[in-house]
Design a protein around this ligand. Structure first.
Ligand code: CA
Length: 236
């Protein structure tokens, strides 16, 4: 059971709120990491790859929005913004930058826990929201999400369900590096020891079916030790 516990990162400079949230989450058996400013939050994020971040926007070294922007370059981990700011502009800009949800201080224990559960539950479906439209095109690759159809130069490419899901996750974040952990969570919902290997095996099959030879970077680039990236039209 222990290895399935979610790892949560709290980035909050107010020590009272930080320890209150920490205690609340630990009582629910979450693994909790804490940072008091943006810089240490980012360094903890990259070394610990948390499943979710609870982020205060008003941080001493930098605005929390800087944290969101940095994290979103490499990860789709849910970010739940926690802030005293109440205007819609702040909410919208935090969400536009890639935050997943917003809780306004003061909040109740029940409210925050419900948001955390919901963000963790929905994170594997985030990539199927169709944010980028119903089709994806790059070079001669065409994906029709509604029909779950992939065409290469007009010919249908037959992928397994898992292979299709991996391609979809990458296409929905084209141009961005998706970490192994982010892809695995989006496709399988959780990680275990064999996950990265499983992902690599599926990826090798996808590349073969797309006619890519090892070392070629036509549609999906391999960011060694980090993850994969679907090329976008902006890259070419
Ligand atoms: Ca603050």
């Amino acid at each position: 059971m222990a290895k399935n516990r979610f790892k949560l990162l709290i980035v909050e400079d107010d020590s009272n709120i930080r320890s209150f949230v920490r205690t609340m989450l630990e009582a629910e058996d979450y693994q909790v990491l804490c940072a008091a400013d943006c810089a240490s939050g980012l360094s903890m994020f990259s070394s610990h790859c948390p499943d979710l971040v609870i982020l205060d926007l008003g941080l001493p070294d930098q605005d929390g929005s800087g944290f969101i922007t940095c994290v979103r370059r490499t990860s789709q981990a849910p970010i739940l913004v926690l802030s005293a700011r109440t205007t819609d502009d702040d909410k919208v800009s935090a969400l536009d930058m890639g935050a997943n949800d917003y809780v306004t201080k003061p909040f109740s224990t029940a409210e925050l826990l419900a948001r955390v559960r919901s963000a963790l539950r929905n994170r594997r479906f985030d990539d199927q929201d169709g944010v980028m439209g119903e089709t994806f095109d790059v070079a001669d690759l065409h994906i029709d999400f509604a029909r779950r159809l992939i065409l290469l130069d007009g010919r249908e490419i037959r992928l397994t369900q898992t292979e299709y899901n991996i391609v979809t996750v990458l296409a929905h974040h084209a141009g961005r590096v998706m970490t192994y952990a982010a892809i695995i969570r989006a496709v399988w919902g959780s990680t275990d020891e064999g996950s990265v290997k499983k992902l690599q095996v599926n990826m090798a099959n996808i590349r073969k079916k797309l006619g890519e030879r090892p070392g070629e970077r036509r549609y999906i680039s391999n960011e060694l030790g980090v993850g994969y990236r679907m090329i976008s039209d902006n890259d070419s």
